[in-house]
Design a protein around this ligand. Structure first.
Ligand code: NAP
Ligand code: GDD
Length: 321
């Protein structure tokens, strides 16, 4: 069972589990216009159930009906800037939503294994470099704060009730299916638009921020591996290599044969009230215990994303012309 199956990670995880022969059920919240474009190609192979992290009864009912072996809680309000606009709702989704999931599992069937999508954003103003499972948290956004609660309530249900509950502390991971508001996809989409004559510039915020960017397809493998161990535990998942937004921009424009300095503008309105300056993860524990290794590096990730946006918009540009 996957909450957030229609999101970036949910779509890759559903593919991975189907390939392994799992029956996959996705939990989707009701919307007047369904947002299932990332799993359109899977719709005949997964079953979808209506449910919402805000609604305890819906979660209990679905868990009771389906009785999954594994529950991956990926649903969240995941865009950091939006968390300053809606801090209470962010907490309802990302903090109490996790408690609702854990409580549904505890009450219906405490044998269900559960994965919680925790985040490197919890490290915020980092206390040590690189960050490990033991690095103290110092979140810098309502999103980060909400994820710290989600992490600790997962650990607490493991320790209080013996649930097999894992918290995966994942560093930023991207793909051609990334939402357009996140910086990697905003950049690769912008590069494709400029290259195809659909735009003449790209506005960005802080170019100095550094992130440890990996490929989402690699990261969902780690989620699955965490639920196949003898004992539940928490793991950092990261590449161990960090790049600045400026380096991301250079790589993406460079891949399309463009000089980024001619097209990129900085807009102070895109700066955040409090920034996370530099994230870099140490995934030695995941390597040692799970045998997990990322396969896709930064340059390949960026070129894959630029190529995908060029291919997607190439048709649109042709139609516009
Ligand atoms: P995403 O693309 O934004 O997907 C989030 C999913 O959650 C969407 O399918 C969304 O459905 C669903 N959702 C939101 N609120 C919900 C609710 N109240 N009830 C049910 N479903 C709800 O995010 P992602 O990049 O795949 O990330 C997956 C998880 O990993 C998130 O928890 C995120 O915070 C965490 N994470 C991500 C990264 C990363 O770099 N991608 C790193 C660390 C942690 P709608 O279509 O209805 O909005
Ligand atoms: N989104 C965005 N848009 N970010 C920008 C821009 C811009 O125009 N210009 C610069 N940035 C900088 C941000 O200030 C931030 O430092 C960095 O680019 C990355 O921003 P995002 O791609 O929005 O990701 P994030 O790091 O805030 O959050 C993502 O990663 C977390 C894990 O560390 C999300 O996926 C979270 O859900 C996830 O938990």
């Amino acid at each position: 069972m996957i909450t957030g199956i229609g999101g970036q990670d949910g779509s890759y995880l559903a593919e991975l589990l189907l390939d392994k022969g799992y029956e996959v059920t996705g939990v989707v919240r009701r919307s007047s216009a369904p947002n299932l474009w990332r799993i359109e190609h899977l719709l005949d192979r997964v079953s979808l159930r209506p449910g919402d992290l805000l609604d305890q009864l819906s979660l209990m009912r679905i868990v009771q009906d389906v009785r999954p072996d594994e529950f991956y809680n990926l649903a969240a309000m995941s865009f950091v800037p939006a968390s300053w606009d809606q801090p209470l709702l962010t907490g309802e989704f990302n903090s109490q939503g996790v408690t609702r999931v854990l409580e549904a599992i505890r009450q219906v069937d405490p044998g269900i294994r559960v994965y919680q999508a925790s985040s490197s954003e919890m490290y915020g103003r980092v206390r040590e470099v690189p960050q490990t499972e033991l690095t103290p948290f110092y979140p810098r956004s309502p999103y980060g704060v909400s994820k710290v609660f989600g992490h600790y309530i997962t650990v607490n249900y493991r320790e209080s009730y013996g649930l097999y509950a894992c918290s995966g502390i994942l560093f930023n991971h991207e793909s051609p299916r990334r939402g357009l508001e996140f910086v990697t996809r905003k950049v690769t989409d912008g590069v494709a638009r400029i290259k195809l004559g659909l735009a003449d510039h790209l506005s960005l915020g802080n170019l100095d921020a550094c992130r440890d960017w990996g490929f989402a397809g690699d990261y969902v493998q780690a989620m699955w591996m965490m639920l196949q161990q003898d004992e539940a535990d928490d793991y950092v998942i990261a590449t161990g290599i960090s790049h600045s937004v400026r380096q991301l921009v250079e790589a993406a424009f460079g891949h399309a044969g463009l000089d980024w300095q001619r097209y990129v503008r900085t807009d102070p309105a895109l700066l955040r009230p409090a920034e996370v300056d530099h994230l870099i993860g140490d995934a030695s524990k995941a390597r040692r215990v799970l045998g997990w290794e990322p396969a896709v590096g930064f340059d390949r990730l960026v070129s894959m994303m630029v190529d995908a946006d060029l291919a997607r918009l190439g048709g649109a540009a042709g139609r516009v012309r």
